[in-house]
Design a binder for this molecule. Structure first.
Ligand SMILES: NC(=O)c1ccc[n+]([C@@H]2O[C@H](COP(=O)([O-])OP(=O)(O)OC[C@H]3O[C@@H](n4cnc5c(N)ncnc54)[C@H](OP(=O)(O)O)[C@@H]3O)[C@@H](O)[C@H]2O)c1
Length: 245
């Protein structure tokens, strides 16, 4: 699949990585880019770059009605980029209740699933296309300082595998993107190393072209993925050590 002349939809387009997806899609010649945001007014500057090419849409991925409306409005999509997500930096046991864990599941798992379900028939009608799910290396290993986020991204990882299997017959490529720390506002207090958001977008779109299903952008994610194959228990212990006592 080429990016040139694709019609893409990016969720969370007003976020740190979302903006770079839009830029990379533009640079690689996408013909139309639907930019989804809960508040499309936040996309005014982005859309002003090329109003013919970048079309802001109102989209809350946790709201079934909003997702359905997007599917009605964007029937020509061939590339769905599920980038929207939240991470609340909470533990499993140290929290007062389950509200943060539920909120992360609602956006990162159910919201992304809802988008895949709504757009699967559209991708099929348009020849197959591709879905890119923004996951995290933290969906492969727990980081106790952001524990329930990891669980929601792990659910997203398993979901991505299952959707890949279900959509293989309609020729839809399903990609999981698993960066380490990305240099955006949400990770400003995290220590280095950090991968640049433009690198994440570029590696993900290159994976669409090369048909690579599991993408680990940046050195940190690649090293952790290698460690998960070599010695997953050592990585688990190292992550646990980072929790202050
Ligand atoms: N930054 C990192 O270190 C890192 C590492 C690995 C993976 N990721 C993943 O990469 C993706 C983008 O992260 P980021 O760093 O760009 O974070 P960000 O700047 O906070 O962007 C997240 C985007 O998701 C949107 N969003 C949240 N809830 C939504 C909902 N219910 N419906 C629609 N949109 C919603 C936000 O929109 P609002 O403005 O409306 O809140 C925002 O545009 C996320 O899935 C994140 O988990 C990030």
């Amino acid at each position: 699949m080429e990016i040139k002349n694709t019609v893409a939809l990016v969720t969370g387009a007003n976020g740190g990585i979302g903006k770079h997806y839009i830029e990379a899609l533009r640079a690689m010649g996408a013909s139309r880019i639907y930019a989804g945001a809960r508040n499309p007014d936040t996309l005014a500057d982005l859309a002003a770059i090329d109003p013919q090419q970048i079309i802001p849409i109102s989209l809350d991925i946790t709201d079934e009605q909003s997702v359905r409306a997007a599917a009605v409005e964007c029937k020509d999509v061939t590339l769905l980029i599920n980038n929207a997500g939240i991470g609340l930096l909470k533990g499993f046991i140290s929290v007062a209740d389950l509200s943060s864990a539920r909120a992360e599941m609602e956006v990162n798992y159910f919201g992304t699933l809802s988008m895949c379900r709504a757009f699967a028939p559209i991708l099929k009608a348009n020849g197959g296309g591709a879905i890119v799910n923004m996951l995290s290396i933290l969906g492969r290993i727990n980081f106790p300082m952001n524990a329930s986020y990891c669980a929601s991204k792990a659910a997203g990882f398993i979901m991505t595998q299952g959707i890949r299997a279900e959509l293989a017959a309609q020729n839809t490529l399903v990609i999981g993107v698993m960066p380490g720390t990305v240099d955006t506002a949400v990770s400003q207090d995290f220590p280095p190393p950090k991968v640049a958001p433009e690198v994440v977008a570029q590696e993900a779109l290159q994976a669409v072209i090369d048909q690579v299903e599991d993408v680990y952008p940046g050195e940190q994610a690649k090293e952790m993925a290698a460690q998960l194959l070599k010695d997953p228990k050592a990585l688990e212990k190292a992550m646990a050590m980072m929790l202050p006592h």
